[in-house]
Design a protein. Structure first.
Lengths: 462, 370
């Protein structure tokens, strides 16, 4: 395709100016709306857009990016004069968009990506398609930004105060984050204990045969230990804290539920991939059903299933009511997580060559060794992503826990749910921001590790 | 070893339980309330002092009062009551009592007498609206408005009918998505005398009259369902005026410093209190009774008013109401029961709504959907 494109020609001003004027009119409409003069803004915006396109076309000696940032600076300055710091930011954003758009259109770059034989209509559709893609992406991600922004609000309402919009320091505060983390715990001791335990473990690992040795490993173990330690320490002995108790519950419930659903789901997927299992489709359908049945129905069913089970456990085994509560929620969440594990593991098993297990057996490995040494490493990506889904399912779940759990098992989504209904407090936004950050870190880590191991496997022979 | 201890402890407990009874109490309780500033006032005024006296007790709070009726039904059916004490509005207490989900109590025996020796039932007086209901507070549903959005040259709104006056007070209003209170206010502002409101509302024409009056402002109404909605809408400046619980407005005005004012005219009093679920074991019941006796005594109810502007349900508590715990302002003038606030109170008729709720609800919902 590259040999079909040639150096693009600059389109005439009779094309550039009206197109940029349209964008300018849109921005002008929005800006004018703020001052209650939408249509006046529309006209002024159109004129500015057309003028900008005309001016930029006259300047030829300057590089394109200089034009873009120059426009941005001019608009930002105008915004600063008109509306203070808030105007500066708004002006910068508009200037950047206008400047980029005007140079992109004016320099004919919009034709750079399409073959030379494309008609005007095809070129238009090509670019419109790209814009639609960009907008889809934008609308998926954009709702996060007001949430993050508002979480630094200095007031107890979901309101962009004038101080916030003017970017004044007194409009912002970390108090909702302090509120989120308030309520006891021993994070400092946690870091120390975690680091020490991690370092000791790191040192002990060096005693094992076939392990790379070095101080770096001990340090890595200590750092990971400290990270785990700070979380555990923060949660230790917390009770009755508005946000820390639910977080603690979530951190207890989700890992155990994940562990159960990963173990059971992986085994089920392996079993169901064997051709000789009778009624595979039916079993599969039953196991997947928690994903298909409306959650509220499963939740009601689970409530009536687990209530007598819990009563029995308490009455006959003398178990503590709180402990039984956790068991019930963990089992319920495990059932919800199993379908995700089954689906991802089944998908990876499709690419698994069954003759490998026969080869392993031929070389004297028993089925357990074969599973852990041959099959597991190959399907591990599927198991890990299934596990991630199971974890997120449990961590995000609010309906089932509302039914099955009692107040002692209140999880983070539950707290967010009731908090949103009873007291619209930005602490919920702080919690959401923290969760989003954790999710991004978690997924990035997993992806980095996956690429690294792929690279290692690709390089090492056998 | 631990298992063994647990086992012996359990056996000992069972043995003791069968012998003695009243003295044995469990150490953990699950209390159900509304969350937010209100639950906080209960924690500060009742739970913390109680736990100081009884350090072995731990209390878990469940913010589920909103769906208490449905959840208690489900728990009862499943035979697994996880709640020990539930905070509900009076109307819910009546329903729970009728269905046998709440325990009937002898108020004089269960609750502490007033300091001067008056029986609890006399101290609470008319507020004991059901045999199961242990009153805590009197709250009101009333209007608040943005003081900075009052049009120039016009007096601030001080009449319930200003809600329906879009010409003098343009802007959105927030009203609760239910017929209760809205229908009464509409009729009052359509010229129906206050004491005839429920007679009129009992007729088809009366209901249509109320809806017709509401129709005049329908386009400018934002409907709310949670107590936090109106304060949020007012703080945003999205509505000019809105109805909500007076304590929420107090919190937005005094604690959050929002430019909002109270409009007490035609406020509607309602009650909130505890119910004890039926089906608790003796040990749990003993603990709950001990807690309730403490938490509803004269001093505790007065203490609660230091955290939220709801009136204590006991007559003997009223003189003890002091200052706000953090702001240090006198709380008495912020109570819905204060004389200057209660000049024009609309008395809510429980009996009427128990009888007509379903019919009028259906009518109101279909009107909303039009």
């Amino acid at each position: 395709m590259s040999n079909l494109t040639v150096d693009v020609k600059r389109p005439p001003l009779s094309f550039t100016m009206p197109v940029v004027a349209v964008l300018g009119a849109c921005f002008g409409f929005v800006t004018g709306n703020i001052f209650g003069q939408a249509w006046l803004g529309f006209v002024i915006g159109a004129v500015i857009g057309a003028g900008l396109a005309g001016i930029l076309a006259q300047i030829v000696q300057v590089r394109l990016w200089q034009k873009v940032w120059g426009t941005c600076a001019v608009f930002a300055l105008a915004g600063l004069i008109a509306g203070g710091i808030g105007g500066l930011v708004g002006g910068a954003v508009m200037g950047l968009s206008m400047g980029w758009f005007a140079t992109w259109i004016g320099s004919g770059q919009y034709r750079a990506g399409v073959p030379i034989y494309y008609t005007a209509g095809q070129t238009l559709w090509h670019n419109v398609f790209l814009f639609i893609c960009a907008f889809v992406f934008f609308f998926l991600v954009a709702p996060l930004f007001p949430v993050i922004w508002l979480s630094f609000n200095a007031e107890n309402f979901f309101t962009f105060t004038p101080e916030m919009l003017a970017f004044q320091a007194e409009g912002y505060s970390l108090k909702h984050y302090r509120e989120f983390f308030s309520g006891g715990g021993h994070p400092v001791q946690g870091i120390l204990y975690g680091a020490v335990i991690g370092a000791v473990l790191g040192a002990l690992v060096q005693l094992l045969p076939n392990v790379q040795r070095g101080l770096a490993r001990v340090v890595v173990f200590a750092v990971v230990g400290a990270l785990i330690g700070v979380v555990v320490g923060k949660m230790w002995g917390v009770s009755g804290a508005e946000w820390m108790t639910p977080l603690k519950n979530s951190l207890i419930i989700a890992p155990f539920a994940t562990l159960i659903s990963v173990s059971l789901g992986t085994l089920a997927a392996i079993g169901l991939s064997q051709t000789h299992v009778p009624g595979r489709q039916a079993i599969m359908a039953v196991l997947i059903s928690p994903m298909i049945v409306p959650l509220i129905i499963s939740a009601t069913g689970m409530f009536f299933f687990y209530a007598p089970l819990g009563n029995w456990l308490e009455a006959n085994l003398g178990l503590n009511q709180t402990f039984v509560g956790y068991v019930k929620v963990i089992l319920a969440h495990a059932a919800l997580g199993v379908p995700f594990v089954i689906i991802t593991v089944t998908a990876t098993l499709v690419g698994f060559d069954p003759s490998l297990t026969r080869a392993a057996a031929n070389m004297g490995a028993n089925p357990v060794t074969t599973f852990f040494r041959v099959q597991m490493p190959l399907i591990l990506p599927g198991v890990i992503s299934g596990g991630l889904f199971a974890f997120i399912t449990s961590f995000d779940e609010v309906v089932v826990v509302l039914f099955v759990g009692s107040a002692q098992q209140q999880t983070l989504p539950w707290q967010m749910f009731t908090g949103l209904r009873e007291q619209i407090s930005p602490t919920i936004l702080a919690a959401a921001t923290i969760l989003v950050t954790i999710s991004i870190c978690l997924l990035t880590t997993v992806e980095v590790l996956r690429r690294r191991s792929e690279k290692l496997r690709g390089m090492s022979p056998g | 070893m631990k298992l063994l201890t647990t086992f012996t402890a359990t056996t000992a407990l069972c043995a003791a339980g069968s012998m003695a009874g009243a003295q044995d109490m469990v150490d953990d309780m699950t209390l159900v309330s509304w969350g937010g500033a209100y639950q906080n006032s209960q924690i500060e005024a009742y739970a913390k002092p109680y736990m100081e006296m009884n350090p072995e007790v731990s209390i878990t709070w469940d913010e589920s009062s909103n769906e208490a009726v449905a959840k208690l039904r489900a728990m009862n059916e499943a035979g697994n009551i996880t709640w020990d004490l539930v905070d509900v509005v009076a109307a819910d207490a009546l329903r729970l009592c009728d269905e046998g989900l709440a325990m009937e109590v002898d108020h004089d025996e269960l609750l502490a007498p007033a300091p001067d020796g008056t029986d609890a039932s006399d101290d609470f007086g008319d507020l004991i609206v059901s045999d199961c209901f242990i009153p805590q507070i009197v709250y009101s549903i009333t209007f608040g408005y943005r003081s900075d959005m009052v049009p120039e040259g016009v007096d601030a709104p001080d009449d319930i009918c200003d809600v329906f006056d879009l010409e003098t007070y343009p802007g959105k209003r927030s009203l609760e998505t239910r017929p209760i209170n809205n229908m009464e206010w509409a009729l009052i502002c359509d010229g129906v005398p206050k004491d005839e409101v429920y007679d009129v509302l009992a007729t088809e024409e009366g209901q249509d009259q109320a809806l017709a009056k509401l129709d005049t402002i329908k386009d400018d109404v934002i409907w709310w369902s949670a107590g936090a909605d109106t304060p949020q809408l007012l703080a945003d400046g999205e509505v000019f005026m809105g109805s909500t619980y007076n304590g929420r407005l107090f919190s937005a005005i005094e604690e959050q410093d929002q430019p909002i004012e109270m409009m007490w005219d035609a406020q509607v009093f309602d009650l909130d209190g505890w119910i004890i679920p039926t089906g608790l074991s003796d040990e749990r019941l003993a603990r709950v009774q001990d807690f309730v006796r403490f938490a509803t005594d004269t001093q505790r109810l007065a203490d609660q008013a230091a955290y939220i502007s709801y009136g204590p349900a006991r007559e003997s508590s009223a003189p003890l109401v002091g200052e706000h715990a953090e702001l240090g302002i006198e709380m008495a003038p912020h109570m819905p029961t204060a004389p200057e606030n209660s000049e024009n109170v609309f008395v809510f008729n429980y009996g009427f709504w128990a009888d007509y709720r379903d019919d009028i609800d259906a009518k109101f919902q279909s009107w909303l959907a039009q």
